[in-house]
Ligand binder design. Structure first.
Ligand SMILES: [Zn+2]
Length: 164
């Protein structure tokens, strides 16, 4: 980090900032100038995806409304693609703010958790550690469905897809 950087110590050590800067490995689904989408390394379910703003904010209260809109508009698009990609019957969206709300990484992120009828009824599935290979494979499938949706989507959001 150079001396002219405006980033504080907390941000330079932030794992999601490192992923956003391409300095740490992640199974990336989507990226544009301000947002990034990648697979959760400790998925609650198959297809558990995270949507983050590239800029470091600890909670969404630090963000401007228009940026929150962009974040959740993208979450909506990703959710559509993710549920089809993993053949889920539903999904949960979670966005935790603060330690008391079980926010683990102090950088704003939206969880998209596909839910399946195969889950044990009434139980929130527990997290596990996934391999990068497995995550990249699912990321590829979600990306493909994002591409498909792009052709007939009503949204005007500018989507730049990453090709490996
Ligand atoms: Zn960060």
């Amino acid at each position: 980090m150079d001396a002219t950087s405006s980033k504080g110590m907390d941000e330079s050590a932030c794992v999601f900032c490192l992923i956003a800067e391409g300095k740490r490995e992640a199974a990336v689904v989507y990226e544009d100038d301000s947002m990034m989408v990648f697979m959760d390394k400790y998925p609650i379910s198959n297809g558990h995806t995270l949507v983050i703003p590239k800029k470091h904010y600890t909670t969404i209260l630090e963000m401007e409304s228009k940026d929150v809109c962009m974040l959740f508009t993208l979450a909506h698009r990703i959710a559509k693609a993710a549920v089809v990609a993993v053949d889920a019957q539903g999904f949960s969206i979670a966005q935790n703010n603060g330690k008391v709300a079980h926010q683990v990484v102090p950088h704003v992120h939206v969880h998209i958790v596909p839910r399946s009828i195969n889950e044990e009824r009434g139980k929130w599935p527990s997290r596990r550690t996934a391999t990068m290979e497995e995550l990249r494979s699912i990321a590829g499938k979600i990306r493909q469905h994002l591409l498909n949706d792009n052709n007939n989507s009503a949204t005007t959001m500018d989507v730049e897809l990453i090709t490996d």
